[in-house]
Ligand binder design. Structure first.
Ligand SMILES: [Zn+2]
Length: 125
């Protein structure tokens, strides 16, 4: 297993799951048959929902996606690795016919409108 970056059942993930559940979406969790073991899979919608941590997965333009002042080379290598892995996963899923929808940590945390965000994201084409 790689460096513990992909933790399961994180707080944003739990918030998304409970919102989806309340909205009546059916989903599967941590689907190991699919590339990268996606957190949340909505089979009926052929959609993989990734709940991405802004820092580790480099949410563009997000204040949580800062770069620490020390060990910058280490961080940029780490971030490049994560981003590359995310892109590979997305491509591999797309090749298998899955749509990949990303929801960012900053969109989830303390967001009373989470259901609206999810609905918009999931129903967009
Ligand atoms: Zn963010």
């Amino acid at each position: 297993m790689m460096a513990g970056i992909r933790r399961e059942n994180t707080e944003p993930e739990l918030a998304v799951r409970s919102a989806l559940h309340a909205m009546g979406y059916r989903f599967r969790l941590h689907v190991r048959e699919l590339p990268g073991t996606p957190d949340v899979v909505l089979p009926k919608h052929a959609t993989v929902l990734r709940i991405q941590g802004c820092f580790w997965h480099r949410h563009e333009g997000c204040r949580l996606a800062y770069t620490p002042k020390t060990r910058q080379e280490f961080w940029s290598a780490k971030f490049a690795e994560n981003t590359a892995r995310d892109n590979l996963q997305k491509d591999a899923l797309a090749d298998l016919g899955w749509r990949v929808v990303d929801v960012w940590e900053c969109e989830v945390r303390g967001n009373g409108n989470l259901p609206a965000v999810l609905k918009r994201r999931l129903e967009a084409t």
